[in-house]
Design a protein around this ligand. Sequence first.
Ligand code: MF3
Ligand code: CO
Length: 250
Amino acid sequence: MIVLKTPEEVELIASASNVVAKSHQRILQEVKPGVTTLDLDRLAEQCIREFGAIPAFKGYRGYPKTLCASVNEEVVHGIPSGRPLKDGDIIGLDLGAIVGGFYGDGAVTVSVGEVSPDVERLIMVTEESLKRGIAQAVVGNRLSDISHAVQSYVEAQGFSVVRDFVGHGIGRQLHEEPQVPNYGRPGQGPRLKAGMVLAIEPMVNMGGSSVRVLDDGWTAVTGDGSFSAHFEHTISIQPDGPAKILTSLK
Ligand code: MF3
Ligand code: CO
């Protein structure tokens, strides 16, 4: 069942999401060759706590860290480690925060130094696919209009969407109904309503869509070793007009 949020609840999700956005801004300044993903994790936890929130992922189903740091062929849920970043890497930075018992969740992918034009395009296409998904998050549409907008754009650009992980409703819990797949026919699923808050999160592979999870139980990697990018925003659907992007500083 999809429970609509009250305006007061949306405000708390917005506060948590704002902490995610401000933390991302700080962490992105430190992404450079030589920095380890563990360094970024420590900074992430420090930022979230300084901004008055609680890290949402640490301890969630046993996840050990604050940040998910997914490098190159890692799709999502990369566990921060002593591995230093190097020129030509890309890194997805996924963060969650809790304020007043409500969650915010967001992710960005950036390049470390110089990457090939194709890899740069992978990042740009993934970010644009999220924008196109969010543009469909309006009253009157159905849930899969979001999914279809993401998939059709990504595939037209020659990349593939991951199907084994999906976006989600968010609120008092990190993962609520409905699931928000990044693929599907348009016009399916529940009608979108004001008061729905969704975390939309396309994961896009340069090669095939298959992924597998490493023996650490968390790190998802592409089946073919191709690079993968991930962007995520927490958004709230408005009575009319476009959705509000809560994990954005703009
Ligand atoms: N953004 C991811 C998600 O929505 C992050 C979850 S990582 C976990 O699933 F550690 F919290 F599971
Ligand atoms: Co999420």
